[in-house]
Design a protein around this ligand. Structure first.
Ligand code: G4P
Length: 498
């Protein structure tokens, strides 16, 4: 076990992500939280990592904006005797994969909902990941200063759409132009308007009291109302988070469960950020520390490479500044400068052979064949594709029928990013050929004979992923549902971790 001073450091940590549909107010809320932490001093200091709508067709511009996001990838600050790490998630849906992976590195999440719009698509998808991982979530109903949906309807919608029980912790005094303040339901104002009296009777009749255990299990979301813009209801959220959100949780590896208080250091890589400046072609590999304490210039074991490595310039993130750190604790994220040694999912330990689980690949939504457009640069193309896949930019499949490479992404943008980076970083040229495809499903069965028959019959639709696993590339929803009907002993997975 770690010495108690180090254990205290770990207990002080609250590492979470804020998730929302673009425009719900994530950037504004993040900024207000940083203001409370004294990490910034004026509003407007957080450069939005949001990709402006006007720029969506211009991906270079997007990458420039994403460059900013290295600095805001993790925002650390101290508040009320605790150390807060907010992990940023890109808002643009073409980078949803990044967000999914970031969610594997947090111990809890805040879901921001625009009270005028209710639950939107992106929020629903991100919440699915939280539910799958049983991540404890708090809900912040934002923009109460605008005319919006009725608070009870909002909670009903959240329960239904997000699949989680809700219970309010604060309540809004008015809404829209009449919105003035919020109060904690366990500390009610002495004088209440008739409307508020009715509201409170309803709340007492319908909603259970906040149950911390249920929240920690991911079954119950405490709900807060407020306006990030007007800084109303934000401190209530932050104080509640500090008091109730979990400190670093145990993490499951294939071999065993790793407890944060173990004295030996372990960490996994959940994100790799390439430097877009062609003169500095290095990356930063982001590692979430699962246990123990990380020390600068100390040898650690890179499990996949079976190699000892040490890091002279690891960085931590305080507010918007990236600083070299000498030590970091379970719950923290360290950025390690990298020149191609790491890929997503890699594990670093003090010597133990551990493999952390839970970094799912989701079925991509767009597919294209990738062909070499410069015969003299075949090797460079291969290398470039492999490294970009290791960074998690997209997924590579190889058709079992013709051996051609297929790239799968969640958005059109990634194809452009890949092509540009292959040209500029690897001096390789590629050509795309559209491929009409619906989903890639990882298939599995206890019935070897049925699996074999399926693979033979569907040979032209079979591919392998980068780990060599069998993938069925269904070209339409109909084909997939027929396959599911005809082959009852085969399970079709839409994520690669099962
Ligand atoms: P995001 O990161 O989730 O995409 O959202 P962001 O914070 O950038 O907020 C989106 C827009 O909503 C911004 O307006 C922001 O000012 C506004 N907003 C955020 N919180 C509130 C709130 O509590 N009440 C009201 N009324 N508006 C809020 P914008 O016009 O797009 O940008 P800006 O010109 O204000 O920067």
């Amino acid at each position: 076990m770690l010495p108690s001073s180090d254990q205290n450091e770990i207990l002080k940590r609250r590492t979470f992500a804020i998730i929302s549909h673009p425009d719900a107010g994530k950037t504004t809320l993040t900024e207000k939280l940083l203001l409370y932490g004294g990490a910034i001093h004026v509003a407007g200091a957080v450069k939005s990592n949001k990709i402006r709508k006007t720029a969506t067709s211009d991906w270079m511009e997007i990458e420039k904006q994403r460059g900013i996001s290295v600095a805001t990838s993790v925002m650390g600050f101290d508040y009320a005797g605790h150390h807060i790490n907010i992990l940023d998630t890109p808002g643009h849906q073409d980078f949803a994969e990044d967000t999914f992976r970031t969610l594997t590195a947090v111990d809890s999440a805040i879901v921001v909902i625009d009270s005028a719009k209710g639950v939107e698509t992106q929020t629903r998808r991100l919440m699915e990941v939280c539910r799958m991982r049983k991540t404890p979530v708090m809900v912040f109903m934002n923009k109460m200063d605008r005319e919006g949906k009725d608070p009870f309807d909002l909670m009903d919608e959240a329960e239904k759409e997000l699949g989680i029980h809700c219970t309010p912790v604060t309540w809004a005094n008015g809404q829209g132009l009449k919105f003035e303040s919020v109060f904690a339901l366990n500390n009610r104002p002495a004088e209440l308007s008739e409307k508020l009296q009715e509201d409170l009777e309803m709340i007492d009749g319908v909603y259970p009291e906040f149950d911390k255990e249920a929240y920690l299990r991911g079954d119950l979301a405490p709900v807060f109302f407020g306006s990030a813009y007007k800084t109303i209801g934000v401190q209530e959220l932050l104080d509640f988070l500090v008091a109730n959100a979990p400190s670093p949780l145990p993490v499951t590896a294939e071999e065993r469960t790793v407890e944060p208080m173990e004295d030996k250091f372990t960490a996994f890589c959940f994100k790799i950020h390439a430097n877009m400046d062609p003169n500095h072609r290095s990356c930063i590999a982001f590692f979430k520390i699962c246990s123990g304490k990380f020390l600068r210039n100390t040898y650690y074991y890179h499990v996949r490479k079976d190699q000892q490595m040490r890091f002279a310039a690891p960085t931590c993130f305080m507010a918007q500044k990236k600083e070299t750190v000498d030590e970091a604790f379970a719950g923290d994220v360290v950025g390690l400068p990298d020149t191609g040694n790491f890929k997503i999912g890699d594990t670093l330990t003090a010597g133990e052979k551990l493999h952390f689980k839970g970094l799912p690949s989701f079925s991509p939504e767009m597919f294209k064949y990738i062909d070499n457009a410069d015969p003299m640069r075949q090797k460079q193309l291969e290398k470039g594709i492999n490294q970009l896949m290791d960074e998690g930019v997209a997924q590579l499949f190889v058709s079992q029928l013709n051996g051609r490479k297929i790239i799968g992404t969640v958005g059109q943008l990634q194809f452009e990013v890949i092509q540009y980076r292959l040209e500029h970083e690897y001096q390789a040229k590629c050509r795309w050929q559209p491929l009409q495809m619906y989903k890639a499903c990882w298939i599995e069965s206890d019935d070897d004979a049925e699996l074999d028959t399926f693979k033979k019959r569907k040979a032209q639709y079979m591919a392998t992923d980068k780990e060599g696993r069998d993938v069925f590339m269904a070209d339409s929803a109909y084909v997939l549902s027929m396959a599911q009907q005809d082959y009852k002993h085969i399970t079709f997975h839409f994520t690669s971790e099962f």
